[in-house]
Each structure stands twice: as structure tokens, then as C-alpha cells.
Design a protein around this ligand. Sequence first.
Ligand SMILES: *[C@@H]1O[C@H](CO)[C@@H](O)[C@H](O)[C@H]1NC(C)=O
Ligand SMILES: *[C@@H]1O[C@H](CO)[C@@H](O)[C@H](O)[C@H]1NC(C)=O
Ligand SMILES: *[C@@H]1O[C@H](CO)[C@@H](O)[C@H](O)[C@H]1NC(C)=O
Length: 444
Amino acid sequence: MEEQSSLFLGFGVVPVLIISVSLGTLIALVFFSDYFRQKRSEVETISKPDEIVNHKSKRSSHNNNSRKPHSRSQLHASDKDQVKRHHPLDINTLKGHGDSVTALCFSSDGRNLATACADGIVRIFKLDDALSKSFKFLRINLPAGGQPTAVAFSDGASSVVVSSQNLSGSSLYMYGEGSANSANDGGKQQPKLPVPEIKWEHRKVHQSRAIVTLSGTAASYDTADGSTVIVSCSEGTDIILWHGKSGKILGNTDTNQLKNNMATVSPNGRFIAAAAFTADVKVWEIVYSKDGSVKEVAAVMQLKGHKSAVTWLCFSPNSEQIITASKDGTIRIWNINVRYHLSEDPKTLKVFPIPLHDSEGETLHYDRLSISPDGKVLAATHDSMLQWLCVETGKVLDTADKAHDANITGIAWAPKKIPMGPDRGMVLATAGADKKVKFWMAPA
Ligand SMILES: *[C@@H]1O[C@H](CO)[C@@H](O)[C@H](O)[C@H]1NC(C)=O
Ligand SMILES: *[C@@H]1O[C@H](CO)[C@@H](O)[C@H](O)[C@H]1NC(C)=O
Ligand SMILES: *[C@@H]1O[C@H](CO)[C@@H](O)[C@H](O)[C@H]1NC(C)=O
């Protein structure tokens, strides 16, 4: 214990020394700037804080993770940068997107991954093996001029709801399996995957505001009939609940919190929770009738405790907890399995400081969260950085400082273990503005 803390201190002292040395140098520079002009670049190199950060992260990423996946990327060993940056948990990259990937989501069995891309195409990849070198995908070309902003699976593995935005506002489209593109073409080609076609669409939804998130689940709570419900969240304050199959509006609500960051539905289809501009988190219950249909969307709880905007939240896999990340520099875990109808309030189970600081020591916030299907690992992103935290202790399990070459735009764990070579594993997918989707295995 003692050794560890003195080691830690040691790390703290070195940068302080360097900073004070370089500060002194800078002051000298002010007085002797002419004399030192030629040496200035040298001084700047020494005081560059990046050096120190890099050393630290190198140390931590050299710990004992499986090296197996390394060999995969070295297939492209010509790309030296790629190899240098390669993170031990990085197991695959899906290339072929023509522009920024704007969103992604897994089907409920984890075997299909849908991506929305600024090239106007939604792709549904078949994940028979997360380590595979290539993946088959269904390609859905959105109506011309629309940019997909979010995607969610509806009922079935080739059925997705996509939000698309153009100058006149936001539209929602549901694509489902079309009439089978049967192999009557002489049998030369392999049987094709059926081409999805539009099953329903709604134009100018959310009063023409952009849709920031879509979240869907097969509702299993209480008398729900197992059909998929989809929650769309606008950048304004409104939230709409849709029936995935029919496109019927089942309910709507409003955060009245200036601006929504995101909203999501619990895995069992019971609750909707939203992260918005102000600190409190509102939670609604989707009330089902005896016949399985949705009766109402009722405001039932507020999570009070954060001091600043909540940037993102997620439900635990059992739908009994909510994890929130806030600009106040903390993550909170809430128990929402309370008798709120008897005025019992949701309780904060844990508060963790966000272990992320800029060069001035200011705490940074997380942009996005996703919890692993076993409920143990929280994946969180900030710009292009990806971090894995232990849900139990809040400790950092691993960090990929530059997980993507541009900002991360989407993050999701496959909801079940999926095939990874000869094994099965928990797989995290991230989407980036660098036109890539990456797969990561869980830290040990
Ligand atoms: C790395 O892992 C191996 C086997 O899992 C173990 O024997 C070894 O002690 C570990 N090394 C370190 C530095 O933790
Ligand atoms: C936007 O998309 C809608 C729905 O497809 C379409 O009706 C409308 O003409 C488009 N507007 C523009 C300006 O492209
Ligand atoms: C990434 O997103 C942040 C906002 O979270 C923005 O300030 C920054 O400019 C973005 N970086 C790039 C490279 O787009």
C-alpha cells in the first residue's frame, strides 16, 4: 500500500518539477528573448505536457491484457500509425462507411448491428463472428437528401426505425423485410439478403426539430405483449413513444428542461428516462393495459442530486437502476425499484467522481455511457476517448485515449455474448466521426 502511494506521489512530483522548471525558463525567456530565440523550440518541446501523458498511458496499457487480438491488426502492418496506437482491447474495425457514422445499435440477440451514416445509408451488419475480416450487410439507402441521425431495431433482425433530417425537418422511417429478392436470376449469385423496404413513415415529426436519440426494446413488463416500443427524443424538449411495427404514436411527453440530451427506454419496456439541460432526471412509466397495449405514459419519479446537466444515462440490464453522468463531475447510480406510488423516492446507491481531467485539472464530463450486459462494466466516452469503469467501485479498468481518430458518436454493448472466434464474449461497439465502427472486448 505504502509503496503504491509513494509511487503515485512520484508521478505527481515529476510533472510539477517539469512545469516549474519550464515556467522558470519561460520567465527567463521574457527577459532574454532575443538571446534565447533559437532555443525556443527546444524549450517548448520539453514543457509539452503531452509527453508526460503519453508515458503514463503507455504504462497503463501495457498491463496484463490478452495480446491475442494484436496479430489481427498487424495484417495491415504497413499502416504503422495504426499499429502504434493499437489498444489491447480493440478487436476489430468495420470499414466501408462513406462518411461520419452518426449512430449505432445492436439487435436484441446481439447478432446484428445497425449503423447510421452521414453518407445517407443505414447498414445492418450480420455479426456471425466479431473477429471476422469482413461482414455481410444490408444496405438501406435513405430518401435522397436526408441525413440519418439515429437508428433502433424494431421487431425482427432486419427491421429498423431510422430518423432522418433534411432542411424541412425530421422524418422517421421504418424499414422491414421486403418481398424476398428471390434468386431467380439463374443462380449465378449467392442468394441475396432480402432488401428492406419502407413499412411506415412520418414526416416533420417533433415539430421539425432534430431527433438526437432513438431507443427501442421489446416490452416485456407486466401485461406488455412483447412488441417493440421506440422512444424518439428531440433536441427540443419533447419525447414520443412509437409502436415499432405499426408506427402508431403510443404516447408523448415533455421534459420541460430547455433542451434534451437524450432519452432511453428501460430494457423491460417499463420506464423512459431523459437526460436534459437541467440537473434533475425525469422518469416516466409506460403503463400497459390488460390487452397489452399502452394505456399511458405517466411521470412517476425524479432523480434529484446532480448539480449540473446530465449528459447521458443508461438503465441497468435488469431495469432496476439508472446510471447518470453529469457535468458536475460525477456519476451516480440510482435505485429506481422503489414504491414511488407510496411517495418513496429513488435512492442514490453510489456517487463516483468522473476520473477524467484536462491539463488544468478540471474534471471533464462523459458524452455517452453504456453498461455491459452482465451489469459490471460501464463504458464511457469523452470526445475520442473511451474508458471502461467498474460499476461496483467506479475504478478505471482501462482507457483507450484515442479510440477513434475523431469524436465518438455512438456506443453500445451487444446485449448478449456474441461469437468471437472460437469463443463467445461481451463486445462493445463504438462509432466515430472517423467513418469507422470499432469492436472492443471487455477488460478482464
Ligand atoms: C499476467 O498474466 C499471467 C497469466 O494470466 C500471470 O501469470 C502474470 O503474473 C501476469 N503478469 C502481470 C505483470 O500481472
Ligand atoms: C425532406 O424530406 C421529406 C421527406 O422525405 C421530403 O418530403 C422533403 O421534400 C425534403 N425536403 C427537402 C428540402 O429536401
Ligand atoms: C469533439 O466534440 C467536442 C464537443 O464535445 C468539440 O468541442 C470538438 O471540437 C469535437 N472534435 C472534433 C475533432 O470534431
